[in-house]
Design a binder for this molecule. Structure first.
Ligand SMILES: Cc1ncc(COP(=O)(O)O)c(C=O)c1O
Length: 427
């Protein structure tokens, strides 16, 4: 039996579904997940010793490539000094100062251990600051798995949401309103009716959890002006886009100053590190200064901070983002040409080092658009590529990630593989 299969069967006995995060189980593409043995640069190897060119990048963090020697050395050095102290360290100040320098809307920040914690805390903080309960999120945006955010749209406008997961009480979700991404009229109507009750609006500023969906300029402008006008907190969830689409995150590309920002993935360089931060007057509401409680045994963990700091250093080197975007563009354009030649309905888009592949004529503007793409074609493409040694995320709804360890030659090889897979799909 193939070792991935063997391990999957064994895992299923002891870990629900065999995995510690559901998308890893290959549920939406079928087949056996690859159990990863090691990773280096642009590659991962599974337990059968099969090598893959990797465009998952640990779902975003691996922007400098896997096991970058400088990051590994920083982690080794930090680990030798002790794994965790439960007390403040100088390195936490250094990384906080570094993040605030790169993302100027962040005047103060708190370190936490996961994106889920960051968004959950930011929402509590926004509620504490505004003394309001209601929040707005957008359909198709994922902000981690806290109760207030596992919500799907209600049956009509201004109907508050329903739980999208068992175990979430309806009472929790009745304060969450789920609106359509890029729908300016709906947003305006909502604020006109209940603007004074809204604590915050949280969004993925380039949505990466319904593939890759760009916000329109009008949508972004409306979000900023309506929240400002009604005293609601605007939260940019940059857990995925932060240091991924540009050094200053999505907000630097939008020219927007959100009130709060959440970050994760890249800032930990592959270790569990995330953050939330923003306006000083809002951050002052967090304990021990203010009444909004938030804490963490491993928050600002020294080993995670060391990995994050080194990663932040590497991404600031000259030409880093130009190179990353060039590689992503090469891949996206190569796929577009290859699919066209094969006659497969396909489109693609990218921002910096993040890209989306859709089996539809046009790139989506909303979750509803995304659901109209051809998921069966995605599955065929995904498995065709995987069989040929190229790994994408095992779901049509996820964005993909480029790293600086990829090269034009590797991207060319990926495009050549895609050409064969598209041709096979067209048969
Ligand atoms: C935009 C966004 N926010 C929050 C999260 C949750 O982060 P974590 O998985 O670290 O809890 C994710 C995870 O993919 C994300 O993409």
């Amino acid at each position: 039996m193939n070792r991935n299969e063997e391990l999957f069967n064994r895992a299923k006995n002891i870990i629900p579904g065999g995995v510690n995060s559901p998308v890893r189980a290959f549920g939406s593409v079928g087949g056996v997940p690859r159990f990863i043995k090691k990773a280096q640069g642009a590659y991962v190897w599974d337990e059968n010793d099969t090598r893959y060119i990797d465009y998952v990048g640990s779902w975003g963090p691996a922007i400098v490539g896997h096991a970058h020697p400088e990051v590994i050395e920083a982690v080794r050095e930090a680990a030798l000094g002790g794994l965790s102290f439960g007390a403040p360290t100088e390195a936490e100040i250094v990384i906080a100062e570094e993040i605030a320098k790169l993302v100027p809307s962040v005047e103060q920040l708190r370190l936490v251990s996961s994106g889920t914690e960051a968004t959950m805390s930011a929402i509590r903080l926004a509620r504490g600051f505004t003394k309001r309960d209601k929040i707005i999120k957008f359909e198709g945006c994922y902000h981690g798995h806290s109760d207030s955010l596992l919500v799907k749209a209600g049956s009509g406008l201004l109907t508050f949401g329903n739980p999208s997961s068992a175990g979430v009480p309806e009472d929790f979700t009745k304060h969450t309103l789920v609106l359509e991404y890029n729908n300016v009229a709906q947003l305006e109507e909502t604020f006109a009716k209940i603007g004074g009750e809204i604590a915050c609006v949280i969004l993925e500023p380039f949505a990466g959890n319904m593939n890759l969906v760009r916000p329109s300029e009008n949508f972004i402008k409306a979000l900023r002006s309506l929240t400002e006008q009604h005293g609601a907190v605007l939260i940019y969830d940059e857990v995925m886009t932060g240091f991924r689409v540009a050094l200053g995150g999505a907000q630097s590309l939008h020219g927007i100053k959100p009130d709060l920002t959440t970050m994760g993935k890249v800032i930990g360089g592959g270790m569990p590190l995330a953050a939330f931060g923003g306006r000083k007057d809002i951050m002052a509401c967090i304990s021990p200064l203010g009444g909004v409680y938030q804490a963490g045994t491993l928050s600002g963990n020294p080993v995670a901070v060391a990995a994050g700091l080194k990663t932040l250093e590497i991404i600031q080197r000259e030409g880093f983002y130009e190179n990353l975007a060039k590689l992503t563009e090469q891949l996206v354009k190569g796929f577009q040409t290859a699919s066209k030649e094969a006659g497969v309905t396909f489109s693609a888009d990218y921002v910096g080092g993040m890209f989306g592949l859709y089996f539809a004529d046009n790139t989506p503007q909303s979750y509803a658009d995304m659901t109209r793409s051809n998921i069966e074609d995605f599955k065929r493409f995904f498995h065709g590529m995987l069989e040929c040694g190229v790994a994408f995320g095992p779901s049509a709804y996820e964005a993909c990630f480029m790293s600086a360890a990829h090269t034009p030659e590797l991207v060319e090889a990926t495009v050549a593989t895609a050409k064969e897979v598209f041709a096979e799909m067209a048969k």
